[in-house]
Design a protein around this ligand. Structure first.
Ligand code: ZN
Length: 284
């Protein structure tokens, strides 16, 4: 199933123009706040699956212009650096024995169709598979790790490279947390909808030019391994999200370097999930 945030209300997406309002259809048991679905995800998923089996018909019109972030207020946002070998090489780092972990502060999270004001500096793109946690877990093992995932969505780990790379030690978290720097969406997709949850085509176009293209099976640390490594330290909480790293093709490592301008349109795509589009504006 596909679950979207339509102007602040959780909906089950049925078609290009039809959706079921989850709070209405469940008589207030689930939603309307999309973030509340994760508090009892197993019960919600069971209810939603039964609704889909019953061929329930959508009650609300679905307008893509009203989409907001599918996980609007995660308590924890994990982000992984250098998780594809070719990207680690282009960034000038050797593969590490531990995934490079930072955060994008939650105030940076936005949804489909955001217009992001460009701060001064060099703003770069990174398409990423984003994992959404549906069940609390600490010290997970590989075999049960996927059971803690509610679903997947697309993320753009926008980065201002001057802020990120100034100083002796990089400032990953700050340089990637300007307002609007965490586009996610267009919706959350449960993994049963996907051809292979461990091997999805992932790509990114800037104003029509393909910049990144890879497969999620090329990750150095796959989704179960990320959940094992992160949860060895931090309990993973329902509604947390994990940006799982980007393939090669970022602007900072192009010759000459290329960065996002106010007229650019960034379109990211992941097989089985959809496309996520972000526009930009000059600083006001
Ligand atoms: Zn990234």
């Amino acid at each position: 199933m596909k679950i979207a945030n339509l102007a602040g209300r959780a909906v089950l997406v049925q078609s290009e123009n039809g959706a079921i309002d989850i709070a209405d259809a469940s008589d207030g048991r689930f939603g309307p706040d999309p973030q509340h679905l994760f508090e009892d995800w197993a019960a919600f998923a069971e209810w939603a699956a039964a609704l889909e089996r019953a061929d329930a018909v959508g009650s609300v019109s679905f307008d893509a212009a009203e989409l907001a972030a599918p996980v609007p207020r995660p308590r924890q946002v994990f982000a992984i650096g250098l998780n594809y070998a070719e990207h680690a090489a282009e960034a000038g780092y050797p593969p590490d024995s531990m995934p490079v972990t930072f955060t994008k502060f939650p105030s940076s999270i936005v949804g489909q169709g955001a217009v992001v004001e460009l701060p001064e500096g060099n703003v770069d793109w990174e398409v990423e598979l984003v994992v959404v946690i549906g069940r609390e877990g600490h010290k997970l093992d590989r075999d049960s790790a996927w059971d803690h995932v509610a679903g997947l969505t697309i993320g753009q780990d926008l980065s201002e490279r001057i802020t990120q790379l100034q100083g002796a030690a990089p400032q990953f978290s700050l340089g990637k947390s300007f307002p609007g720097f965490g586009p996610t969406g267009p919706w959350l997709v449960t993994t049963d909808e996907l051809p292979d949850r461990d091997d999805l085509a992932i790509s990114c176009l800037l104003s029509g030019e393909q910049m990144q293209a890879s497969r999620t099976s090329m990750m150095l640390y796959d989704v179960p391994e990320l959940l094992v490594r992160l949860s060895a330290v931090c309990p993973l909480l329902p509604g947390d999200i994990i940006f799982s790293g980007t393939p090669s093709g970022i602007g900072n490592r192009r010759t000459p370097p290329r960065f996002i301008g106010p007229d650019d349109v960034l379109v990211s795509e992941i097989e089985g999930i959809g496309t996520l589009t972000t526009r930009f504006a000059a600083a006001g």
